[in-house]
Write a protein that binds this ligand. Structure first.
Ligand code: BES
Ligand code: MN
Ligand code: ZN
Length: 502
């Protein structure tokens, strides 16, 4: 259950807590007179009595109100510099309030937006978006607790703003997109014994078909028959056969798709490394190795939910990288869907093999006008940029500019990485056309992986590769993102499509 968000012009006085914003220098974030005198003076006293509370972002005060008042609690939250309160800051503030309410086991709250703000509708909507994004939890595998041991999660947040209708409209759009974000988080958080390739394909079908997304599942027999030699090799060691899921959102409602946008995702439901086995410590985290595919599925859901006027095809390669007597091995030479042969030198560099076939397939069948792939592709990406920024490789400056613009709006940070001929060369083999790890070893690992993928992009089709190894999964809560699966990429791609292709 996520937080229910409503908007109203005036306070409803039905919540447990009244929440007031405070700007830096302890100024209440609305004019005197907007509130009953007793509440106003209580808020003023709370600030006066607290030595530390300055109204900085992240600061808060909670006080129990006297009996007989409309609310049980009065909550003050820091909003920082009022002049800098934009959509992203408002999202963060909303997210922090969501966490605070959980912490104090307050079940319902009412927040008053500063009516003097020029962008008040936007701030109100974004505050709600942040609160809901943070309220996500994944608890389906926890046994039911006794009532008094349960964490009481907030259920309702009413946001008071004079522009309530406009705020509600802005929020509604984002609520549709958040459904996609939560779907992506759910998939990343599911354990690999539950979310193996076919089970995952069925979950995609269940989630998207009712929304009008056309789903085609290519099973392992079809994949073998049609020459998906690279993807199939990765999956051949697992008892769970691979599959490829194609999702078509035909928002323009034409007979057939004409040069749609293509989204491609790496869906390795578990990555043991295969015969080139990974070390045991932390291997459990490799259940997130399908994060790229989850972002693609989540985006398709967002587009369908808000009935986007655009044609988009999503392709995800679902496969488990296991080791067994049937597993592929270093020295194997594979024939990819494109026809190019690939020498396997490390079975842990499997994501690029899955993507290679998925990329070739989507180009051959759909002739897309632009392609974006997302993948938890390399540990080297985390070494380079950590968990805040997503390394982005693009063969086209306009496409990069569009993505960067979307990123500034949604707060999913991107950093442009180099695509160079030298990295392409690094991936050429002496015995086959390509090899799956670089000749010179670990240096520039994220870049050489991108260089490998580039071999599978035909002509100069605009293409961007997002290595989300660091951003798909976090181990500490953030303002609007609780720990573990983040859903990174869904809002970004949705924004990119809305602003440039609708
Ligand atoms: N799935 C991993 C990359 C990864 C590592 C994602 C950590 C998220 C967190 C990928 O399949 C992999 O194993 N890459 C290898 C490539 C190497 C063998 C060239 C890596 O990064 O070590
Ligand atoms: Mn791997
Ligand atoms: Zn992997």
């Amino acid at each position: 259950m996520t937080l229910d968000i409503t908007f109203s012009k005036t306070t409803k006085k039905k919540a447990e807590a009244l929440v007031l914003g405070v700007y830096e220098k302890r100024a209440l974030a609305f004019p005197q007179g907007a509130l009953e005198e007793n509440l106003h003076s209580l808020a003023a006293r709370m600030m006066e009595k607290s030595r530390n509370f300055k109204g900085k972002p992240g600061q808060s005060l909670v006080s129990l109100m006297p009996e007989g008042e409309a609310y049980d609690y009065l909550v003050l939250i820091g909003l920082g510099d009022g002049a800098k309160l934009d959509a992203l800051e408002a999202e963060k503030a909303g997210g922090r309030l969501s966490a605070l309410l959980t912490d104090k086991s307050i079940k319902s709250a009412e927040f008053i937006v500063d009516d003097a703000l020029e962008n008040k509708a936007r701030v109100a909507a974004s505050f709600g978006v942040g609160a809901r994004l943070r309220s996500y939890s994944f608890e389906i595998y926890k046994s039911e607790k006794k009532d008094d041991e349960k964490v009481q999660k907030p259920e309702k947040l009413n946001i008071c703003v004079s522009a309530d209708k406009e705020a509600g409209k802005l929020f509604k759009r984002e609520a549709d997109v958040m459904k996609g974000v939560f779907l992506a988080r759910d998939f990343v958080n599911e354990p690999p014994n539950v979310l193996y390739p076919y089970a995952y394909a069925n979950r995609i079908l269940e989630a998207l078909k009712p929304l009008g997304v056309e789903i085609e599942i290519l099973d392992d027999k079809k994949l073998l028959k049609h020459g998906f030699g690279a993807l199939m090799a990765v999956g051949q060691g697992s008892a769970h056969p691979p599959c490829l899921v194609v999702m078509r959102w035909n928002g323009l409602e034409r007979e057939s798709m004409d040069a749609p946008l293509a989204l491609v995702g790496k869906g390795v439901t578990f990555d043991t490394g295969g015969v080139s086995l990974k070390p045991g410590l932390g291997m459990d985290e490799m259940k997130m190795d399908m994060g790229g595919s989850a972002a693609v599925v989540g985006t398709m859901m967002a587009l369908a939910q808000r009935k986007a006027q655009v044609d988009v095809v999503g392709v995800v390669g679902l496969v488990e990288n296991m080791l067994s007597d049937r597993a592929y091995r270093p020295a194997d030479i594979l024939k990819s869907y494109s026809g190019k042969t690939i020498e396997v030198l490390n079975t842990d560099a499997e994501g690029r093999l899955v993507l290679a076939d998925a990329l070739s397939y989507v180009q051959k069948l759909y002739k897309p006008k632009a392609i974006i792939d997302l993948a938890t592709l390399t540990g080297a990406m985390i070494v380079a940029l950590g968990h805040e920024l997503c390394g982005t490789f693009a063969n086209n400056d306009d496409l990069w500019a569009e993505l960067q613009e979307a990123s500034k709006i949604t707060g999913e940070k991107l950093w442009r990485m180099p695509l160079e001929e030298e990295f392409k060369k690094e991936m050429e083999s002496e015995t086959a056309d390509l090899q799956n790890i670089a000749k010179s070893g670990r240096n520039a690992g994220a870049c050489t992986a991108a260089g490998f993928l580039w071999h599978f992009i035909e002509g100069d089709t605009p293409w961007a590769h997002l290595d989300i190894a660091g951003t798909a999964w976090i181990k500490k809560d953030r303002e609007t993102t609780p720990k573990f699966g983040t859903g990174f990429g869904v809002r970004l791609l949705d924004r990119w499509i809305a602003d440039h292709y609708e």
